[in-house]
Design a protein around this ligand. Structure first.
Ligand code: 8DG
Ligand code: MN
Ligand code: MN
Length: 392
């Protein structure tokens, strides 16, 4: 009987976009180790290994209960020898010696610290490490030439590496709403990224902006950005024109109506008052609630305790024409692995090319329209997975 319970049928389909993955993870002891190894591989510029670790972690995240024996892994996809070794180590010894050795290695910690700076990728971090720079403090003292993004990244390092809360995301949302409403009435804003998937914290806040009339959204980003800037909300911003036409993935020549994507990577200045306003405006009846009063009290205190009365928050803004909105929404909601798996499914199983702009059928040689995420899943022959279940 125990034998049977042990072999308890754990089965999951092999693409993450075929599975429901909520934030409830019964296997975090394994997925934490695999995620650390994935991060390390990515920082070492070994993307193939990184994806393998991420796929394995995603399979374990989708299981309805904790893995307690190696036998339960039989028949599960994406678990290669290396990942099985990590899992076995944890089952037998409580920890993965490889993950622990990595966590303690000087190289991993240097890469983690340096790539934790906004504007610094794996290649730059590696170059600096070869120059003997292993920490943010050493970089500050080094006199290295830094670009504008990296300078901002250093300046706001502590704030940016502190998780953004849902309340802060909502406060930023209020500001973006005001900006958009004042430069283009009728424009619509959607919260995307991790917060749309129900995460309680994030490394940034992601928004997608559109207008129900095709074409009205054109040139919107520079206007939104200059409004935000004039009101003192921006500590840093880099606005990009749509790069869809130059992008390598996806079909070569999209119709000209598709070259309108604009995006902005920014750092917002969020004041304590703005955060408080968002908290009280959202739930006016709840402001009598002891818990929310305590929250406001805490906020007040940080403002008066000698700290600066504001914090820096990373914010990503994207503008999409309404005709591409469903693709943009799907593409910017994540998780990153879920997106990667959707594109892999489309390409390998359906002979289609999916991007944040469009879905192209390589057999019928035509674009497939969609006005909602549900329609995109249907085109792809997939069961609809709501945002809260895309946490692969
Ligand atoms: P977090 O911020 O809470 O840590 O998690 P997240 O919200 O899931 O991660 P994210 O890094 O903010 O990314 C959110 C989504 O945005 C993700 O699914 C991938 C998408 N995305 C980028 N960069 C780009 C890009 O350059 N092009 C496209 N099409 N999508 C992108 O992050
Ligand atoms: Mn995000
Ligand atoms: Mn983002």
């Amino acid at each position: 009987q125990t034998e049977e319970a042990d072999v308890m049928l754990l089965s999951v389909p092999s693409y993450a976009c075929q599975r429901k993955t909520t934030l409830q993870n019964h296997n975090s002891v394994f997925t934490d180790a695999l995620t650390l190894l994935a991060e390390n591989a990515e920082m070492e510029d070994e993307d193939g290994r990184g994806v393998a670790f991420r796929r394995a972690a995603a399979v374990l995240k989708a299981l309805p209960k904790a893995v307690t024996s190696m036998k339960q892994l039989n028949g599960l996809p994406c678990l290669g020898d290396h990942c099985q070794r990590v899992i076995r180590d944890i089952l037998e010894n409580g920890i993965s010696s490889e993950a622990e050795a990595t966590r303690q290695s000087e190289r991993y910690n240097a890469l983690k610290a340096l790539t934790g700076i906004f504007g610094v990728g794996a290649k730059t971090a590696d170059r600096w490490i070869r120059d003997g720079i292993r920490s943010v403090a050493m970089l500050r003292d080094s006199g290295h030439a830094l670009n504008r993004a990296q300078l901002a990244g250093l300046q706001y390092y502590d704030d940016i590496n502190q998780p953004v809360t849902r309340a802060e995301a909502d406060a930023i949302g209020d500001i973006v709403e005001r900006a958009v409403a004042s430069v283009l009435p009728g424009a619509q804003i959607s919260l995307t990224g991790g917060f749309r998937r129900g995460k309680l914290t994030g490394h940034d806040v992601d928004f997608l902006i559109t207008h129900p009339e095709e074409g009205r959204e054109e040139g919107l980003m520079p206007k939104v950005v200059s409004w935000l800037d004039s009101q003192g909300f921006l500590l840093y911003q880099k606005t990009m024109r749509n790069s869809y036409l130059e992008s390598k993935d996806g079909p070569a020549r999209p119709p000209s109506s598709m070259d309108r994507f604009e995006r902005c990577f920014s750092i917002f200045k969020l004041t304590t008052e703005q955060k408080q306003e968002a908290l009280t405006a959202e739930a006016p009846t709840e402001s009598q609630h002891p818990e929310s009063q305590m929250k406001c009290g805490e906020l007040k205190e940080t403002g008066h305790a000698g700290h600066k009365p504001w914090r820096a928050v990373r914010v990503d803004l994207v503008v999409s024409p309404i005709s591409q909105f469903a693709f943009a929404l799907l593409g910017w909601t994540g998780s990153k692995l879920f997106e990667r798996e959707l594109r892999r499914w489309a390409g390998y199983e359906k002979a289609m090319s999916l991007s944040s702009h469009a879905l192209y059928d390589n057999v019928q040689k035509r674009y497939l329209r969609a006005a909602s995420e549900q329609e995109i899943f249907a085109h792809l022959g997939l069961e609809y997975i709501p945002p809260a279940e895309r946490n692969a």
